[in-house]
Design a protein around this ligand. Structure first.
Ligand SMILES: [Zn+2]
Length: 218
């Protein structure tokens, strides 16, 4: 049996089903910082994937699809990249609050950053990318504590509160670097519209509407 996803016409730009397309809401926001999105190949056509919104909205954002790269320059396809002015976003279990540190844990000024790197995929896919790219481990790290729960709500189950979407992480990081907070607000608004359209079109049944799973022994 064909699913709704397969039969519904999709947008040529974002490849989402037309009912979930938010291309009409995209506005371009120039930023001083660059954004490199390392996307797990299996995340490419995710209905709720937010990386495409970032790339469409930020002239300095780029998605690179793959599993491993030799170093930052290789991922960017550029030579002479100063990786000491980049930071990778990664959830930190131990320290609450927003932190930007060198790989050795020394605090760093976010305003000095030229770019941020984000791993795009579910928690387990992001973990795969992390382990397959040892050069990431040598970069500055930015750990973010979200101020609010993810806009995903219950549409996408992640194991911990700090696992928000790629878009929310990047938007937060850019504000921390000194970009206008309006960029964060605008990006979050588009993402909220996406989640709302997916919900309205019932493209993903919300876990709240699924029958409860039987408890063991019940
Ligand atoms: Zn679209």
């Amino acid at each position: 049996m064909l699913t709704t996803l397969v039969v519904s016409p999709s947008c040529a730009t974002c490849h989402r089903p037309k009912a979930a397309c938010v291309c009409d809401r995209i506005v371009s926001y120039p930023t001083a910082r660059r954004v490199l999105i390392l996307q797990h190949p299996q995340e490419r056509d995710a209905l709720l994937g937010s990386a495409q919104i970032l790339e469409a909205s930020l002239p300095k954002a780029r998605i690179v699809v793959g599993l491993s790269w030799r170093n930052l320059g290789h991922a960017l396809g550029e030579e002479g990249v100063n990786s000491s002015r980049w930071a990778v976003l990664f959830p930190d279990r131990e320290t609450p609050g927003d932190q930007l540190t060198t790989r050795r844990g020394a605090p760093l000024d976010a305003a000095s950053l030229e770019g941020v790197i984000v791993l795009d995929g579910t928690w387990s896919k992001a973990k795969t990318l992390w382990w397959r790219n040892p050069w990431l481990n040598k970069l500055n790290r930015m750990a973010l504590t979200p101020e609010k729960p993810s806009i995903y709500g219950r549409l996408r189950a992640e194991p911990r509160r700090e696992f928000v979407s790629t878009l929310e992480s990047v938007a937060h990081a850019l504000t921390l670097c000194g970009e206008s907070p309006e960029v964060q607000q605008a990006l979050e608004r588009v993402f909220r519209t996406l989640v709302q359209r997916v919900r309205d079109a019932k493209l993903i049944p919300s876990p709240a509407h699924r029958p409860p799973r039987l408890k063991r022994g019940a």
